[in-house]
Design a protein around this ligand. Structure first.
Ligand code: ADP
Ligand code: MG
Length: 251
């Protein structure tokens, strides 16, 4: 399969009044269309910075990002973001939240509205379309937030520690749910997480970043398919988690 995303020697330094912070020192990796890549690395190593560069929110100091054949040089509407907080508006219904997403992206066409509606139906939220976020469980809220993002057909989904605010059991369920939807829709995804089993459980490959300034230290291929809760109990997946942990610990 062809690569949809390539980072080629991406370096980035933040300039503040206190001076310069070198966050990325030349990050190189690529994602195939439909691939799910997990990114792990020590706290503060530059994971979120990688996602911001891919989204075009930050311009690399050196190197380049290519998405679907085009160099990323500015913010663009081709990526969807999923964050720790679902950022649904409490005073809007689920369908209004989803439509607001399209409106903000200037993509509120009849066709997209129908597509969003179909996604809500397909993923079991059809009957909750006129409910408010507070009437939904945490897992359903995350699903609604994901559908809001999917509705504008992003080429790439960026997930920045999206489950870290959830308790353990909910996290497993929501991760399975989100993972299944992403796979079913054939989306390419970059997941940043500090949870190694989650990285292994959701990803096709796991990219380990070095301490700041980040470079790619190692890329592991996950040898089995399945959801997080399936892989959690597979010895090969657990062995891979061990290997990833070891890679993270050794400087
Ligand atoms: P991670 O997501 O891996 O925890 P980040 O990408 O958020 O790391 O940050 C990497 C480094 O860059 C950290 O040292 C952080 O303090 C610094 N940093 C992040 N954002 C900014 C910013 N807007 N201005 C200055 N420094 C920043
Ligand atoms: Mg971060």
């Amino acid at each position: 399969m062809s690569d949809i995303l390539t980072l080629d020697g991406v370096a980035l330094s933040y300039h503040t009044t206190d001076g310069e912070t070198e966050a990325l020192a030349g990050v190189t990796f690529s994602a195939k269309r439909g691939e799910f890549l997990s990114i792990v690395g020590p706290s503060g190593c530059g994971k979120t910075t990688v996602l911001s560069v891919v989204a075009g929110l930050l311009k690399p100091t050196a190197g380049k990002v290519t998405l679907d054949g085009c160099e990323v040089t500015a913010p663009h509407g081709d990526v969807g973001y999923m964050l720790q907080k679902d950022t649904l508006f409490e005073w809007l219904t689920i369908s209004a939240n989803v439509e607001l997403g399209l409106r903000v992206q200037k993509k509120l066409t009849e066709e997209n509205r129908a597509y969003a509606r179909a996604l809500l139906e397909k993923y079991g939220l059809g009957e909750f379309a006129e409910h408010y976020p507070s009437q939904l469980s945490g897992g359903m809220r995350q699903r609604a937030a994901l559908i809001r993002t999917l509705a504008f057909r992003p080429k790439l989904l960026l997930l920045d520690e999206p489950f870290s605010a959830l308790d353990f059991q909910t996290r497993l369920d929501v991760a399975d749910d989100v993972g299944n939807i992403i796979r079913q829709e054939g989306l390419t995804a970059l997941l940043v997480t500090h949870d190694v089993p989650e990285a292994v459980g959701m990803g096709d490959r796991v990219i380990v970043l070095s301490p700041r300034p980040a470079v790619v230290k190692k890329i592991f291929t996950v040898p089995v398919n399945g959801t997080l809760s399936q892989k959690r109990v597979m010895p090969v997946a657990n062995e891979l988690s061990e290997a990833v942990w070891k890679e993270l610990r050794t400087g």
